[in-house]
Design a protein around this ligand. Structure first.
Ligand code: TXA
Ligand code: MG
Length: 359
């Protein structure tokens, strides 16, 4: 059995983080420990990105497969350039336009990056977050910080410090609580290591925005809207993370397809046909009243937000999955939304949480 460690907990002002708390957290990082901290997307679990032993602690705490590489977080473009062997013009264009912000770029790695960070791949993932707490921590530790999302491997990403504590208390050294995160879904990942830029994970920066900035098409990896369920990672896969179970609460998730009216009918029929089953429904503002007045009311019901504001839905998605688990349901029915803008990121997380199951 792994030994339980004492997890310290420090509250920080998300806009103007207290220097004492930041110094304490930076000290933990410099000594090779693990710190959970807020970013604008989700909470990250950080360690010294140049120290293989510190990096291994992240994998142990999360129960993460060693073959799944980590993103290095930096607080300036200068720090980013020092971690790659090539900084192409398109990296400069994207950096100028979107960084700091919710965009991760995959570039050829420099030899200073440990193998444990990249899982042996020739490329490294770099992210320059905009959250004041993340920036202050990276600056105070004077190191690039390796950080995956601060959840147990496979479960929904944490958008609040409470989610981190629920998964990782007793497994990490410190949690910096800076309140809820803004975007709610992890950063967009784009690889600049192929002929054409390739979107590996949609997020806060949309495909449309990337294409506009680069003035050429951005390809979307086929696994983005069709979760890859094989247990084996194919050789040469550009993004190993696409091949691991992800975002899954304990309950079985099913996505409800079709136009809103059709989705509503499908949900009602499912509830009527499964009277003994504890079912949660994650709907939208337009459909919620209909479920409330339906013949069979679900065991748990929540709206993810207005259909015309997918950024609100993105912000609530992971927390809503966790609330369904707390309600002790067996099945979660989730309404689908169009894949334009940040809707693509929502649908990517939903496909994977549902392992492609549809109703
Ligand atoms: O918003 C985010 O990106 C958050 C916050 C904490 O910054 N981080 C995050 O990390 O989502 P993680 O580890 O949960 O997801 C990173 C994804 C994984 O799917 C991983 O396989 C992929 O990035 N990745 C990391 N390094 C890579 C590399 N060198 N080549 C290809 N994919 C890589
Ligand atoms: Mg993750």
């Amino acid at each position: 059995m792994r030994q339980k460690i004492l997890t310290r907990y420090l509250r920080v002002d998300p806009e103007n983080p207290q220097s004492g708390a930041i110094a304490a957290a930076a000290e933990v990082i410099r000594r090779g420990g693990t710190v959970a901290f807020p970013t604008e997307t989700v909470y990250g679990l950080g360690a010294n990105g140049l120290d293989p032993r510190a990096v291994v602690r992240i994998f142990e705490a999360k129960g993460r497969p060693l073959k799944n590489p980590l993103i290095l977080h930096v607080a300036s473009l200068e720090q980013a350039r020092a971690l790659v062997s090539d900084w192409p013009e398109e990296a400069e264009i994207l950096a100028e336009r979107f960084l700091p912000g919710p965009l991760t770029m995959i570039l050829p790695r420099s030899p200073v990056v440990p193998d444990q960070v990249t899982a042996g791949l020739p490329n490294v993932a770099l992210r320059y977050p905009e959250h004041p707490v993340a920036l202050a921590l990276i600056r105070a530790s004077e190191l690039p910080i390796a950080a995956p999302s601060a959840n147990l491997s496979g479960s929904p990403s944490p958008t609040r410090a409470e989610h981190v504590a629920a998964d990782l208390d007793g497994r990490i050294d410190l949690i910096l609580d800076g309140g809820p995160t803004r975007v709610g879904l992890e950063s967009t990942i784009i690889s600049l290591c192929q002929e054409s830029p390739l979107l590996l994970r949609p997020g806060g920066v949309t495909r449309e925005q990337l294409e506009e900035a680069l003035q050429r098409p951005v390809l979307v990896h086929e696994a983005v809207l069709q979760a890859a369920l094989s247990k084996e990672i194919p050789d040469g896969a550009p993004c190993p993370g696409l091949f691991f179970k992800h975002y899954a609460p304990r309950a079985t998730v099913i996505m409800v397809t079709g136009e809103p009216d059709e989705q509503c009918r499908k949900v009602m029929t499912y509830l009527e046909e499964n009277p003994g089953l504890r079912v949660a429904v994650l709907g939208t503002d337009d459909t919620l009243p209909r479920y409330e007045q339906g013949r069979v009311v679900p065991a748990y019901l929540e709206s993810l937000g207005p259909r015309e504001r997918p950024q609100v839905i993105a912000g609530r998605f992971f927390a809503a999955l966790r609330r369904c688990d707390q309600a002790g349901v067996a099945v979660i029915l989730v309404e689908t939304i169009p894949t334009s803008g940040i809707g693509l990121a929502v649908m990517n997380r939903l496909c994977r949480a549902a392992e492609n199951r549809t109703l």
